[in-house]
Design a protein around this ligand. Structure first.
Ligand code: RM4
Ligand code: MN
Ligand code: MN
Length: 426
């Protein structure tokens, strides 16, 4: 199968004129500083966010799943979906794989297919949060933290296998999220499970290639509701530090308790040189089921501001990896992903507007009102014309979502893949 061909887009009458007009407004807001204007567009264009192979089907909760049809039936079709997203938005070029949800049968053919669409593999993710058929030892009571050597060995071996898949597919990045934890007080000896986890991670770390990277997530609760072995950035940080330079903390926005100051965590990790990357999603209470940047757009802007300032202030960090990690329970997954990609770039563009020198001056004078005003002015500026300009110049579509709907893409996918096709994932 090849990916669906998109018809060229005919922007509705007046669209281009309206765009140019709106673009002039932003130019003006920037004091007609053409250099800054152009550099923002270039920066926005370079922000490319990976898509996980497990987010292309309808997500579910433990109560149910309501699939919308036309879901990709295999890795090849997932790649085709991402090629479609890439052509529409020009904001994504890569895909993350979860093993064993997406075991590539023929790695050469997969690499060829990726190359054909100008895509690549971002990171490979291990999965020791589920038991697979035929598996010798269960992960019911943990994986890398398990007190039983045999269970731990099996979980380590799985991670080593995932590293090998990664190498065969051209990526040296391994992402680990552990569901290990406990549901009852007394169930875990906190220190012991931490030590076991560290031993296991060190072992896995040794198997990374020379240029390898290990991204370590944290999550405060779920699927365990009393304690998680890696509940917070601090725990992840100490584990990474004990492993070595190639191990870094991954911040999944949904993995925080309500009202956590995520931007401060980002700042701290950047400061310490251990910010490995992001999993973007949105949430009101917890976890990752909402579109990125809808409920808390100001927070997303503040997170990007830390990244922009960190870079401007020369903080030495590994290359930060960006991925969307959301479960699309309600919206069409492809529409949801297009929305998220757009919102991420919008937040970034707003952060790029902020006049850092003026802000630093206000901070030094303790001018709280001025400092906050600088941020709010940038945040309230409508940067959508800039984001559109970045996309159009890169060969993307004027209206990715409108095109997806207008050209009946989902209907066409259903006619090829069927109403009942189910993508692997949660
Ligand atoms: C976890 C975590 C991981 C993802 C799994 C499916 O909550 O966010 O990144 O791989 O979900
Ligand atoms: Mn995640
Ligand atoms: Mn998650």
């Amino acid at each position: 199968m090849e990916k669906l061909n998109l018809n060229p887009e005919a922007p509705e009458p007046g669209r281009v004129d309206r765009h140019l007009h709106a673009l002039d407004y932003v130019r003006n807001e920037l004091g007609n500083d053409e250099k800054k204007f152009e550099s923002i567009i270039r920066n926005v264009q370079t922000l490319q966010v990976a898509i996980p192979s497990w987010a292309l089907g309808t997500g579910g909760t433990r109560f149910g799943r309501f699939p919308g049809g036309g879901e990709p039936r295999n890795l090849e079709e997932k790649i085709e979906d991402i090629a479609l997203l890439s052509e529409l938005s020009r904001a994504t070029q890569s895909i993350s794989l979860h093993i064993p949800w997406d075991i590539p049968k023929d790695t050469t053919a997969i690499r060829q297919k990726l190359g054909h669409y100008g895509l690549f593999i971002d990171s490979v993710n291990s999965n020791t949060f589920q038991d697979q058929e035929g598996q010798l030892h269960s992960y019911k009571f943990g994986s890398l933290c398990h007190l039983d050597n045999d269970v731990r060995k099996q979980a380590i071996a799985h991670n080593l296998e995932v590293i090998e898949y990664g190498k065969a597919l051209g990526t040296s990045s391994l992402t680990i999220w552990l569901s290990d934890g406990s549901n009852f007080p007394g169930q875990h000896h906190f220190r012991k499970v931490y030590e076991k986890t560290l031993d296991s991670l060190k072992f896995i770390y040794q198997a990374l290639p020379e240029d390898g990277s290990l991204l370590l997530e944290y999550k405060p609760y779920e699927p365990n509701f009393y304690s998680m072995v890696i509940p917070d950035w601090g725990t992840s940080y100490t584990l990474c530090q004990a492993c070595g330079k190639k191990a870094n903390v991954l911040v999944d926005l949904g993995h925080h308790l309500p009202n956590t100051n995520i931007e401060q965590i980002v700042s701290r990790l950047l400061h310490l040189g251990r910010l490995g990357g992001f999993h973007f999603n949105g949430s009101q209470y917890g976890d990752d089921d909402l579109t990125t940047g809808v409920v808390k757009p100001f927070q997303l802007f503040l997170i990007f501001l830390e990244l922009v300032f960190g870079k401007a202030e020369g903080l030495d960090n590994p290359k930060v990896a960006y991925m969307i990690d959301a479960s699309h329970n309600t919206k069409d997954p492809l529409e949801d992903l297009l929305d998220s990609l757009e919102n991420i770039r919008t937040a970034y563009a707003k952060a790029l507007l902020v006049d850092r020198e003026k802000l630093v001056q206000a901070q030094e004078k303790n001018d709280v009102v001025e400092a906050e005003k600088i941020l709010r002015n940038a945040f309230l500026t409508d940067v959508r014309p800039l984001v559109t300009e970045a996309r159009i110049r890169a060969g993307g579509f004027w209206d990715p979502l409108g095109t997806f709907r207008g050209q009946d893409i989902r209907k066409k996918l259903i006619s090829i893949r069927g109403e009942k096709s189910l993508a692997t994932g949660l």
